[in-house]
Design a protein around this ligand. Structure first.
Ligand code: OGA
Ligand code: MN
Length: 295
């Protein structure tokens, strides 16, 4: 393992790996760590420190199978289950596949979750939403098939004071049902609705590890409580447009072997359909770590 290459902006303690900031918005790439190997307490501490500093970590050149990803992921908390179903009706396994390949391994538009094309933060329809998500790129198009991230701490900080005052105490309902409706997907089954009843979270969230305020919304939202629906829709749309402006976004162009970890508490993200979805192959393995109740 390479030793001590922190960037100029990083905290005083050096990182025990080669790390470089990718973007001023979020993201750092890390070299010289093999995530298949057991993670020591000191490495875990350094990864979490980098995670809080950069919000997105990209470990280049990794090659984990699903069991190895499961083992690595567990270092960072409890793994989350998924409400999504496979074509045969069974729930997604805990380490699941995000792909445009069908059962025969051929690219198709059909298998791609259209919801992922809309800005969201993972599992915000859970009472205890996600801390982080991890995606490990197995097969990605040579160009495109990007994932875009928006920094909701920067978005919040750039709001005018009047808007900060207006939204300070607003509470927002999120649900799996609203999520599907918002993106034009088929409604969930009764069973899925029972599994994921609506939940309420503050619109302005305090990051539990950094204390930063962030805007917490995305396409899993239904409505703001106590506000007429039209006003709620308009405000959620306005805030989403605000925090996803180009200066607050980073677009990740995948390389095969990338292993990413991102902070769902201060980022929105979405998949980009900027490749030939029906022709080129895209396959990533995904795990999600449970966080804490937003406040
Ligand atoms: C996800 C997600 C985006 C992508 O895995 O949570 O939103 O680019 N993926 O595949
Ligand atoms: Mn997602």
């Amino acid at each position: 393992m390479q030793v001590a290459h922190s960037t100029e902006t990083s905290a005083a303690a050096p990182y025990p790996f080669d790390i470089r900031r990718i973007s001023d918005v979020a993201g750092a790439e890390i070299f010289g760590v093999d995530l298949k190997q057991p993670v020591s307490e000191s490495l875990k501490e350094a990864i979490m420190r980098a995670f809080l500093e950069f919000h997105i970590l990209v470990f280049r050149g990794q090659d984990l199978n699903k069991d190895e990803q499961h083992t690595f992921s567990k270092n960072f908390g409890e793994l989350e289950h998924h409400v999504g179903r496979l074509p045969d009706g069974t729930p997604f396994p805990i380490v699941h596949t995000v792909t445009n390949l069908d059962a025969d391994g051929n690219p198709t538009e059909k298998t791609v979750s259209k919801g992922n094309y809309h800005w969201h933060t993972d599992k915000s329809y859970h009472a205890i939403p996600s801390l982080m998500s991890m995606l490990h790129a197995k097969e990605v198009p040579a160009n495109g098939g990007d994932t875009q991230f928006a920094n909701t701490r920067m978005g919040y900080a750039a709001l005018p004071d009047e808007m900060k005052a207006r939204i300070a105490d607003l509470q927002v309902e999120h649900s799996w049902e609203a999520s599907r409706r918002n993106v034009g997907d088929a409604p969930p089954s009764e069973e899925q609705k029972r599994e994921r009843p609506p939940v309420v979270h503050p619109l302005v969230r305090t990051h539990p590890d950094t204390g930063d305020k962030t805007i917490y919304l995305g396409h899993h939202t239904s409505h703001i409580h106590g506000v007429p629906k039209a006003e709620s829709d308009a405000l959620l749309e306005e805030l989403t447009a605000h925090t996803t402006q180009e200066p607050f976004t980073y677009t990740h162009q995948w390389r095969p072997g990338d292993y990413t970890m991102w902070d769902n508490r201060c980022l929105l993200h979405r998949a980009r359909p900027n490749y030939e979805v029906g022709k080129e192959r895209r396959l990533l393995h995904r795990t999600v770590i449970i966080g804490t109740k937003p406040y």
